[in-house]
Design a binder for this molecule. Structure first.
Ligand code: SF4
Length: 251
């Protein structure tokens, strides 16, 4: 089994419940959805992955052949032939351990059978996190699932049933209500009870629903006010989201 790999790097999770936590990233190539504001459109073509096709063992080896610290001031270290692993002066002497969590992202990673990669990571004790739009059946065992639904390919109910958090990309103020109305007909019961979950019992493990301003509109005061007002009024599990890694100029 091989995967079309766009890039592999070490950084930290910049979004959601695990924001700020160190992680290895495996960005797979291929996505058929074509969101107009996609910030990773260079991953769409699975037939021409930047790093070629790699086995799970090769992916694990690439994750491990980096050192802790910044690469070129980017706040992350890329490996696998894109950038040589480097260590900034501030982190000299630190011993790089294999990442305790790895985030599989894309592109849309769920178009691939992720089971062999998940098995290889989990066999050595690495937690596997997935970032997916949710529109494709999941193949693999995951420790954390982030679903970021897209209007062009709505998430499957079976995938929402496995999601730990939702990340909604908000491009206009009225889009929050549109997502609420859609999710309310897809997830039952809804709204989801307060964190921590479940109390009372609920078949869905979703603990948070993040509202992210679409990045090109992150300074739009009307959009930001709409998110702030919604979260303030609706309460848990709604969260105001942000991509903090971009403030750190990290991957
Ligand atoms: S689903 Fe994700 S990777 Fe695919 S086009 Fe949309 S934002 Fe980009």
């Amino acid at each position: 089994m091989t995967y079309p790999v766009h890039e592999i790097f070490r950084s930290f999770q910049g979004e959601g419940t695990h924001a700020g936590a160190a992680a290895g990233f495996v960005r797979l190539a291929g996505c058929p959805i074509g969101c107009p504001w996609c910030d990773s459109a260079d991953t769409w073509n699975a037939a021409a992955p930047k790093l070629g096709r790699l086995t799970p063992a090769q992916i694990l080896a690439a994750l491990d052949t980096t050192t802790a610290g910044a690469a070129g001031g980017q706040g992350s270290s890329r490996v696998g032939g894109v950038h040589a692993a480097t260590a900034g002066a501030a982190t000299a002497g630190l011993t790089a351990a294999p990442p305790s969590r790895v985030i599989i992202t894309g592109g849309e990673p769920a178009i691939h059978d992720l089971a062999p990669l998940c098995d290889a990571l989990r066999a050595r004790g690495t937690a596997v996190h997935l970032e997916t739009c949710g529109a494709f059946p999941l193949r693999g065992a995951f420790d954390w699932i982030t679903v970021s639904p897209k209007w062009r390919a709505l998430p499957l109910a079976e995938t929402l049933a496995r999601a730990n958090e939702l990340k909604l990309i908000i491009t206009a103020p009225d889009e929050i209500r549109r997502w609420f109305d859609h999710l309310a007909t897809t997830i039952s019961p809804f709204p989801i009870p307060h964190f921590p979950f479940p109390n009372p019992p609920n078949p869905f493990p979703i603990s948070a629903i993040y509202l992210h301003p679409e990045w090109s509109r992150r300074a739009d005061p009307v959009l930001l006010a709409a998110i702030a007002d919604w979260v303030s009024a609706a309460g848990d599990p709604w969260r105001a989201g942000w991509q903090i890694h971009k403030n750190y100029n990290a991957r």
